[in-house]
Design a protein around this ligand. Structure first.
Ligand code: HEM
Ligand code: 243
Length: 492
């Protein structure tokens, strides 16, 4: 099996609109059952969070049913979600049906089988919860494209300022204490960067001061707590966090401080919203969500992941990255620019894609069948009825051994060269292939290019400053907890 042959297996469409079974695959009834209504859901949830854990939960069922497509309940279940029943898609062939907005409806499925209270978002259903068929989806997505591009010349300088200062303070804490947690400083740098780059406003000069990262983390917990484990004793945690919503009133005052900041700092973006026919208030709450949940939340997971995978990869990859980054920057008179990154840093680009492949920062996507569908895995075809909910656990699609060689390994240069680039369409962290882009008609991440850019900038900053570094990894409710234990200053 060469890589090319493996990919061609996944080239076939994952859905056929005709109801006739495909000639090359057996038609199979979707295995698995949901058990008794409340009991089945609690049983699956407890296995998912505690007795098996997420990965083993899916792996053991793939083995039990001898199928990468099966029925199962997903957390949180009742009373938070009215209906926890889904059809799990756990391979690279079946997963992409979730990107096809002609086949699935994405309304109110952003966080899964439940939707957080709109009291947490100013009373609005924000863009992430809208299906492309809804009238405000297109104008709101256009507004975010504007947000991300209207100050594009400030992105690189503001990134270097915020993360330069992060690394200076990490170095000084490391030299005093022997190790330093990457997380808290990263959170601060992320919000400072987002605010200064996208709004031109320094949070330090506003009533928010340095409170935003703490407030946002709490506000995110109010929204997706039912999906997380935060380290309480398991029976207590399951009977509280996974069974009842935290009352939005408890975070209202904090949320209002965030909203005030955006109301007062986002003038030009709010003017653009008016031009697009969006009310100022609806735009304010959408900006809070896209900058604090989508952008800050995403970077809070992704950046420690990148440091973790690079840290584990070790010194040889570090030297190659340092050599590439420094040569490219020198060839460009010491400047970092979009062109140099795009054309002269193939290894930087590849390690970022590889981090997004091996650990997609947001691992779960949902969609509701708009019509009867025929879904295929590598091995079989399955009938799905209108209204059934499809659920994809993305790591099993992007680590599918029938698409990727050494699928469980971090291979830094996997995406370098022509052969490597052909695999990019199987990298789908953004809710779509890396070879495609967000549009007002699809549900692909509005921040796709922005995320890839800032991730590359993080790697560039690291290897301009350091020859190598070492880490210690722990667990955390959102993403990984990473501590730096050494930073070796650049010697060439
Ligand atoms: C949608 C991931 C950063 C804005 C999504 C989805 C994923 C995702 C998986 C699809 C959710 C679904 O419908 O099932 C990420 C990750 C990020 C990130 C991992 C960072 C590491 C951003 C940024 C923005 C953004 C910086 C800034 C504007 C959005 C929006 C949607 C979305 C608006 C909904 C798109 C639509 O309704 O058409 N993101 N995202 N995201 N993301 Fe991101
Ligand atoms: O299990 C996980 O993947 C942990 C994160 C749960 C995220 C809930 C669902 C959100 C869906 C899409 C998110 C898009 C990003 O823009 C931002 C994610 C930030 C989460 C705090």
């Amino acid at each position: 099996f060469s890589i090319t042959i493996r990919s061609s297996i996944a080239d076939r469409p994952s859905t056929l609109s005709a109801n006739a079974p495909p000639a090359d695959l057996p038609l199979r009834k979707i295995p698995g059952d949901y058990g008794f209504p409340l009991l089945g859901s609690i049983k699956d949830r407890f296995a998912y969070f505690y007795t098996e854990g997420c990965d083993a939960f899916f792996r053991s069922r793939i083995r039990r049913y001898n199928s990468t497509v099966f029925r199962v309940n997903m957390p949180p279940g009742p009373p938070i979600s009215a209906d926890p029943r889904v059809i799990a898609l756990l391979d690279a062939v079946s997963f992409p049906i979730l990107f096809d907005t002609s086949a699935v409806e994405k309304r109110d499925l952003f966080t899964g089988t439940f939707m957080p209270s709109t009291d947490l978002t100013g009373g609005y259903r924000v863009l992430s919860y809208l299906d492309p068929s809804e009238p405000l989806h297109a104008p709101l997505k256009k507004l975010l494209f504007f947000l991300l591009s209207h100050r594009r010349r400030s992105l690189i300088p503001e990134f270097r300022r915020a993360f330069g200062s992060l690394f200076s303070s990490l170095e000084s804490d490391l030299s005093k204490q022997g190790k330093v947690d990457f997380g808290p400083g990263n959170d601060r740098a992320c919000f400072d960067f987002l605010s200064r780059a996208l709004l031109g406003r320094d949070p330090a000069d506003s009533p928010l001061g340095s409170d935003a990262p703490g407030i946002i983390t709490k506000w995110v917990l109010f929204q997706i707590g039912p999906l997380l484990t935060i380290g309480l004793p398991r029976f207590i945690e399951d009977a509280t966090l996974h069974s009842f919503r935290l009352p939005p009133a408890l975070i209202r005052a904090d949320y209002d401080r965030l909203a005030d900041f955006f109301r007062e700092s986002a003038g030009p973006v709010l003017d653009e919203a008016n031009r697009l026919g969006i009310s100022r208030e609806e735009a304010v709450h959408n900006l809070v969500f896209s900058i604090c949940f989508n952008s800050f939340g995403g970077m809070k997971i992704l950046f420690p992941n990148i440091v973790k995978w690079l840290g584990r990869a070790g010194g040889r990859l570090h030297s190659r990255l340092a050599a590439e980054v420094r040569a490219a920057v020198r060839s460009n008179a010491g400047q970092i620019g979009m062109r140099v990154i795009e054309e002269e840093m193939p290894l930087v680009k590849s390690v970022v894609y590889e981090a997004l492949r091996i650990e997609p920062p947001v691992s779960m996507q949902y969609g509701k069948a708009k019509r009867d569908l025929l879904i295929r895995s590598h091995d079989a075809a399955f009938e799905v009825k209108t209204g059934e909910v499809l659920f994809g656990y993305q790591p099993f699609a992007t680590k599918d051994p029938r698409v990727f060689d050494r699928a469980e390994e971090f291979v830094g240069d996997r995406f370098v060269g022509e052969e490597g680039e052909r695999l990019l369409r199987h990298v789908v962290w953004s809710n779509g292939p890396e070879t495609e882009g967000p549009t007002v008609e699809n549900k692909q991440c509005a921040g796709k290019d922005f995320v890839v850019l800032v991730a590359r900038l993080l790697v560039i900053e690291l290897f301009l400053r350091y020859d190598s570094f070492e880490i210690e990894v722990g667990s955390s409710a959102l993403g990984s907890s990473v501590k730096l234990t050494s930073l070796k200053r650049a010697s060439f």
